[in-house]
Structures are given as C-alpha cells and as structure tokens.
Design a protein around this ligand. Structure first.
Ligand SMILES: Cc1ncc(COP(=O)(O)O)c(C=O)c1O
Length: 433
C-alpha cells in the first residue's frame, strides 16, 4: 500500500476529477468513530462518510449479519428469485414510517435512486409531472435529482438542460431572514405566475437540509406544506436520506412536526455503509406504478437488506434516537460556548445530533466565510479530526459523529475542533477579547 502522497499522485492520473474529496488522506481501516489512514494516523470521525454511519464503522452486529449473509446468498435479484430479507426490511420500514396510514416500501441502492423513484411514483399516482423543491436542497446528482437540487455550482452548472417543470422556492431560515410566511408566499406566487397547481405531482423537502447547510424546517412550516399539498392533491415527499435513521433524535426528522408525509426517501445510515435505499409511503400511492415499472438489478441487495435489518436492531437496542438527543445537546452546548468567544461563528443550530455552525465575517449573516470554512476542515484533519463543510455558500461546518461514539471521543473531537478554530481566528478572538 502506498503513502497518502503516492496514492494521491496515482489518483490524479487514474480517477476522473469530477469526483472530489475534501481530504487527501486515504482511509485504510475504521472502527466505530475512528479511522486510520494508510500511514497509520488516526482520525476521529465527525463525518460518518456523509451521514452513513449513525451506527458507527463496522458495528459488530452489522458485520456479523453481513458475514452470515455472505455465507448464504450475495445476489439473486429480487425481480428474479425474491428473498426474505427484502420482504422483512420492507415490513420493518412500513412499521417505522411516520403516520398511521398503511404503508408499503420498495428498495433501491443509492439516495438519488430513491428520490428518482419517489418522483416516478408521485408522477404515476397523480398523472402530473411538475415538482416543487427548495433552494439549497440536495437530492442527488442524477439528471432528475440534479434538477431538484437547489445549488448551481458544482452540481448543475455545465451539465445541460434540466428536467422540465421543476420549481424552486426559498427554504425558511431565521438566520437569513427567510420566514415560513416568505416561503409559503413564494409557493402561492408560483401558482399564480408559473404553474397550475393541478400540474404539480410532488413537493419534495428535506425536513433538515443536509448539503444545503443544516437549516431546520420549522414544524409549523411543515404542517402548512401538508395542508397545501392536501388542498391541491400534491404528493408530499420527505427526503430523509440525511436527516433520517435516528440522527435528529427521532427515527425521521419530520416526526418532530407530527406530519405524515405521503412518501419518505431513506438511504445512507439505513444500512451502516452498504449501499441501500428505500421509498416508504402510503400504500395506495406506492402501489400506483404497475409491476415492472420500478426496480433495478441490485436494488435491495441481500447484503444491503441484511445490514439494514441489523442496523434497525442496533438502533432499537442501543436507543440511538435518544442518544442522538443527548449527544446533540452536548455538542450544541460546546459550540455555543465557543460562539461566545469566537466572532466567526455566526450561528450554531441543530436538531438532535444534526448540528452545524455557520462561519461569517464581521458577525454578519450576509458575509459568508467560505475561506475560513475550507481552512478549518483542513486544520482539523491535520490535528486528527474529520469534519465536513456544507451550505450554498460553503460556509457551514456540519458535525455528524456516529451516534455510537463514546462521550470521551466526542469531547476529544470537540477539543480538536475548538483548538483548530481558535488557531485560525486568533486575531479576531483577541480583538473581541
Ligand atoms: C437529502 C439527500 N438526498 C439525496 C442524496 C443523494 O444520495 P446519494 O449520494 O446516495 O445518491 C443525499 C446525499 O447526500 C442527501 O443528503
């Protein structure tokens, strides 16, 4: 195995540049909330492979389930010879999905694929094709999901024509002065100026925006959207790919608002690192497309299903939703204390363990500090902590430690974050002083 620099050189020659990495250290192995690179350096992981490892790296229960499954069956294709794990996982997801209506599920491999299929289901059910999405949203990189994504560079610029009849409206953010009333007025305006609501198949929203910057949709806003969708026959899709699976302190973030969406997309932490995704929703809508209209060769693979069933057991047994709330409140407390000393932290926000800090210049929400954010990601890594940035302006640090992390490791990681930011902003802190 090569050194980090040797691997980086090989990568430059062999890998298309369209896939970017935030760090140039190469992971060799990992356990729970720690990663070791090819040179033996250890990192505390506050990224979880972008929110995939709520149950940590290689949870022993997940590893055991995978080993058992590898011994029995690795592929059959559910469309050829179906298998029990797929059915069992759909039963579990139906029982977990928010709301009392009878549910059905269908499995896929990636998050974008789940969103694509939620759209197909909504289009078939309504026989309409329009979609309302939100600025700052991230729903994936395929053609349809790229269109839904509400950030131009690097996701849409240069990739040609987008899917027709997709409309973006502002996502509420108190910090940036966008109220739920603004967002609702933008939808009403859309219905007056751009599209007949009778042409709109679906409205898709992340209850907490992920890539967009960890903005939290206020519960009353989600409830208003539910009423709006009901009044126009629009399918309400909650994209819980990043916010789901216990991360925010409930299995799905939308549960905080007491709203039953029509369809929910699930991926990332559902299967502890094995590619698996799902659309879960009201049975009457889910059953709209006819047999053969949905599926995929690898969709709901036996390995993904086995891992996901183990993940769901771990989440229940280790009470990870509850733990997300406890850990999240510790992180919030630490970051708020840091904010009091550090003027670069414009806002600290979070729901459960989906916590972020927005970095700005001159304490102004309209002066994003993407440069400091980029520098902090690198400085933290140099000190042995992996963190991620996000936000339309690239000025938000998001913290997504595994929910299985020990308190000692969580605090060690937060100490590193604090030291790295303190170093980078020493001048500003002294001035505030
Ligand atoms: C909310 C949300 N939707 C969809 C996706 C796309 O998932 P994938 O990268 O697995 O296609 C992501 C990925 O970050 C996401 O955060």
């Amino acid at each position: 195995m090569g050194s980090n620099s040797e691997l980086h050189r090989r990568r430059g020659a062999a890998v298309a540049r369209g896939v970017a990495s935030s760090l140039s250290v190469y992971a060799q192995r990992a356990q729970n909330a720690e990663i070791w690179d090819v040179e033996g350096r250890r990192y505390i992981d506050f990224a979880s492979g972008i929110s995939v490892l709520n149950t940590g790296h290689r949870h022993p229960r997940v590893v055991a389930a995978l080993q058992q499954q590898i011994g029995d069956l690795t592929h059959a294709c559910f469309q050829v010879t179906p298998y029990e794990a797929y059915v069992a996982l759909c039963e579990r997801l139906n029982a977990l999905a928010p709301g009392a209506s009878p549910k059905k599920s269908i499995l896929f491999s990636t998050g974008a694929e789940a969103v694509e299929n939620a759209l197909k289901i909504a289009r078939y059910h309504t026989r309409r094709s329009g979609v309302i999405a939100f600025s700052g949203a991230f729903h994936g990189r395929t053609l349809a999901t790229m269109t839904l994504t509400g950030k131009v560079a690097p996701y849409k610029a240069g990739f040609g024509a987008m899917m027709p009849e997709v409309f973006h409206v502002p996502f509420p953010s108190a910090y940036h002065g966008v109220t739920p009333a603004h967002s609702l007025a933008a939808i009403e305006q859309l219905f007056k100026a751009d599209v007949d609501p009778a042409r709109v198949a679906a409205l898709i929203i992340e209850p907490v925006q992920g890539e967009g910057g960890f903005y939290i949709a206020p519960p009353e806003f989600l409830r208003s959207l539910r009423v709006l969708c009901d009044s126009h026959g629009i399918v309400f899709v909650a994209d819980e790919i990043q916010s789901g699976m216990a991360r925010t302190g409930r299995m799905f973030a939308i549960e905080h608002a007491g709203v039953e969406p029509d369809l929910v997309t699930v991926a990332k932490s559902i299967a502890g690192g094995v590619p698996l995704s799902a659309v879960v929703g009201k049975a009457a809508i889910m059953d709209a497309p006819p047999p053969g209209g949905l599926g995929g060769t690898y969709a709901g693979s036996p390995l993904g299903c086995a891992a996901a069933l183990a993940v769901l057991d771990v989440m229940a047994e280790e009470q990870l939703a509850e733990r997300a709330r406890a850990l999240g409140s510790q992180v919030m407390t630490r970051l708020k204390a840091l904010q009091a000393k550090c003027p670069a932290i414009g806002e600290v926000r979070g729901l459960g363990s989906m916590v972020a800090m927005e970095l700005v210049k001159n304490r102004r929400a309209d002066q994003p500090d993407a440069e400091l954010t980029r520098a902090l990601v690198q400085a933290a890594a140099a000190r042995g902590l992996v963190i991620l940035s996000c936000g339309v302006y690239g000025n938000v640090i998001r913290l997504l430690a595994p929910l299985t992390i020990s308190e000692a490791l969580l605090n060690e990681g937060l100490d590193v974050l604090e030291a790295a930011l303190t170093d980078l902003t020493a001048g500003q802190m002294a001035a505030t002083g």
